[in-house]
Design a protein around this ligand. Sequence first.
Ligand SMILES: [Ca+2]
Length: 372
Amino acid sequence: MRRTTAFGFIFSLALLALCALSLINTASAKARPHHVHASQRQAQATAPSYAERQDARQWALDFAGRQDLPEAWVQAAIADARMLPQVIRLVTPSSKPNAKNWATYRDRFIEPKRIAAGLAFWQAHADILARAEQTYGVPARIIVGILGVETLYGQHTGSFRILDALATLAFDFPQTHPRAQERQAFFRQELEQFLLMTHGNRADPRNLKGSYAGAMGLPQFMPSSWRRYAVDFDGDGRIDLWGSTADAIGSVAHYFAAFDWQAGNPTHFEVQVHSSPAQLEQLLLPDILPTFNAQSMQDLGLQLPSEARQYPGKLALIELRNGEQSPSFVLGTDNFYAVTRYNWSSYYAMAVIELGLEVERERAAALTAKAP
Ligand SMILES: [Ca+2]
């Protein structure tokens, strides 16, 4: 949450508009890590608590009963949660959403500082990345791309108390949002998962910090993703996505394996589009879901490179808009679709893929330079 600011508040809003807050089932719910300034910390400390909120107290009672958790423990946690107006602002759709712009989005992530940090990360953790690739079939470059886009390799994991962020979104989700009910229900589920996770691990729910949407650690896993997909990849008997880089790497790889990553297959192909408007409409109808075989795409006016013509699986035509300029297109495979399961946005997926590729290129160049 998916998404801090390394990029700034404005960009977060733009991203939110871009991704249409597609948080359900994503690993990270698109978090941009958020710098919290001194004034924000002050605001968090003085924000109203949920101790006096009848709806929150009733929810805590129901939840404790349903999950057989100690009622006093759940009540105490919810009573300590605070409503954060800034979180509400961050999930409120902008009244003037920015036009989608891949070129701008790409420049935010595929840039020298992030590529250099990715190279340093890969060099420092090459053995773990190789073991994750061997175990789960997910290439190191995809894991490197995810951790770079999500948190700049752990530099921006978020400074909101998860308890406050999730309680705010569970009990005070902005009703002006077009999908307010669905989103609020989603965050109530995440609050439940968070409390189950902390209770199960004997952790204090008050101490954990993350994005304004409740995403945690290097890979910005939402609580439900943490409980389902996080793994103990360094074998110390516990899962720590903040302090253990190995656990973060293994968990990202395991996440993609669980979403049907196909080892050895590409994520996408280049494509030239010579389609009529009607053909293009037909090609874009299934959106990012791979639906077409190569021949049917060529029949609809696409010119495919030979490796795409030989690809045995289904393909999707991915359109990346560039504001007023003409859009970019690629052909997405099932593995491209798998990347969008982390965050439901083709812009996000393409940034992850391209960052990983750039870092891989730099790494290859560095290795070549070192060779005798
Ligand atoms: Ca561990």
